[in-house]
Design a protein around this ligand. Structure first.
Ligand code: NAD
Length: 454
């Protein structure tokens, strides 16, 4: 589906009108193409006094070929950066928050279009004192406001790095995949998020342009929309994709699988024998499944008073219960090895609720519960579990939304536009990488910092 307004504002006449009337001005977002430089320009790396992350982060970025600038050496206001990265872990008291102002204020106009702001902090629950926890909690307000303020496709995130992340040698390989994702065009439509990086094991790839090399990945609902984009992105990144969808979508599914050199499985996830058939297929063909992406989902909208029980049951079964049944069987049969990944697709409706979607929002909030409860339970097996919560994404599903609501959904976010299926796919890709083992139990919104549920 095309966003005609966004195309119009890129034209000469459109630009003039937008300026004169103060209309929303959707920027062209920088999206990832293999071979792209990681960031669009140099990175300004700053730190509060006593921060524990600036040094290892500096090493990671330098090794990744990024040009680093030191705030003390920036003397002119004309300097332009691809990203501002700030280690705030040294802030242990509210008075120390002034250091944020001192770093960001002079750089408020210094970012290139689609630039990146990353603030690194300590999870408040891990802080040594209430004062430190208070100061660390305050970082969320700064990053979320920067995301809303800087415009031009700039994104801003807070990354909580636990104290036990990293290894004895003082390197933080576990943080690298998240830094790379957030700095790159892969995270074009992710903003205002708090991501937690913990102590899990990270296996860096030999080639960061193929971070899923050799991984067997199952994508449900792969015939179209977000699932088809997912299959393409994960295959581009080196995965062997098993694409699954209902038999009625068999032709579309086969086309996707053929295009990417993957295999197709026609299966209705709600069939009583679906989990065992799927497990047998994966065991027989591949002997395992490294990554399970639960993407298949349906809507059957009606206000609660008018909703028949069938609509409720179908939505809960496809969107939530089938995920649980499949996880149970794949885990019981040890088909997901150590280093495995489970990524579920939720929705901002599961966070904010939505009129006419009690069934859908219940199922999608349940998906968040599934992730939050399964992640600690599977930590010991080395399996990470995360969710993405898409906002307004341009697909057939949103094309059916009435025009006025559709326009509101598109514009009510920091990017003034809907996201693309590829934006959700890139985010799921990052969570699926072997290098992202330290990222578990997260719910990452892919919503351009939507005002809904904010
Ligand atoms: P879509 O309708 O285009 O695709 C969903 C796919 O799932 C279809 O190919 C469908 O055949 C398949 N599917 C449905 N029931 C199935 C079953 N029982 N067994 C196997 N496959 C089944 O939807 P989409 O927009 O690509 O959405 C993908 C996911 O993203 C869904 O979970 C959806 O809830 C979620 N999501 C989408 C948006 C958006 O804006 N499009 C926003 C938030 C969340």
């Amino acid at each position: 589906m095309t966003d005609r307004y966004a195309s119009f504002v890129q034209s000469k006449a459109g630009r003039a009108l937008v300026k004169r009337l103060g209309l929303p001005d959707p920027p062209r977002l920088r999206r990832h193409t293999p071979g792209d430089p990681l960031v669009a320009g140099p990175v300004l790396l700053g730190a509060a006094t006593g921060g524990r992350l600036a040094e290892p982060v500096g090493k990671i970025l330098t090794a990744a070929g990024v040009e680093l600038s030191d705030p003390a050496a920036v003397d002119d206001t004309a300097a332009r950066f691809g990203a501002l990265v700030y280690d705030a872990t040294g802030i242990t008291d509210s008075t120390g928050l002034r250091q944020l102002y001192d770093f960001f204020h002079p750089q408020a106009r210094a970012l290139l279009p689609s630039g990146r702001v990353i603030v690194l902090g300590t999870p408040p629950a891990e802080c040594d004192s209430p004062r430190e926890a208070t100061a660390q909690r305050a970082l969320e307000g700064l990053t979320r406001s920067i995301g809303k303020e800087f415009g031009r496709g700039v994104t801003a995130q807070l990354v909580h790095v636990t104290k036990d992340a990293g290894n004895a040698a003082g390197t933080l390989t576990s943080l690298e995949s998240t830094l790379r994702f957030l700095l790159s065009g892969r995270s074009a439509y992710v903003s205002g998020q708090v991501v937690r990086v913990g102590a899990g094991t990270a296996q860096p790839p030999t080639d960061w342009d193929r971070p899923l090399d050799g991984q067997v990945v199952l994508v449900t609902g792969a015939a179209r929309g977000i699932g088809a984009a997912l299959a393409r992105v994960l295959a581009r990144d080196g995965a062997q994709v098993v694409a699954l969808d209902i038999p009625a979508a068999g032709d579309e599914l086969a086309a996707v699988a053929n295009e990417i050199g993957g295999s197709a499985v026609q299966l209705d996830l709600t069939a009583p024998d679906a989990p065992t058939r799927l497990a047998e297929h994966l065991a027989g063909r591949h002997g395992r499944v490294d990554v399970v992406v639960h993407n298949a989902g349906i809507t059957r909208d009606k206000t609660l008073g008018r909703m028949d029980a069938d609509r409720w049951d179908q939505v809960l079964d496809v969107n939530l219960s089938s995920q649980e049944r499949i996880n149970d069987v794949l885990l019981a049969r040890d088909l997901i090895p150590a280093g495995g990944r489970i990524v579920s697709v939720s929705s901002i409706a599961g966070i904010a609720g939505n009129r006419g979607q009690t069934n859908y929002a219940t199922s999608k909030a349940g998906v968040i519960g599934l992730v939050e409860s399964l992640a600690p339970a599977l930590r010991g097996r080395g399996i990470s579990v995360n969710a993405v919560a898409p906002g307004f994404i341009e697909t057939r599903l949103t094309a059916r939304v009435p025009l006025a609501l559709r326009e509101a959904g598109r514009r009510m976010n920091s990017m003034s536009q809907g996201g693309l299926p590829v934006d959700v796919a890139e985010t799921i890709g990052w969570l699926a990488w072997p290098a992202s083992g330290a990222v578990s139990g997260n719910v990452v919104r892919v919503c351009g910092q939507s005002l809904l549920g904010a």
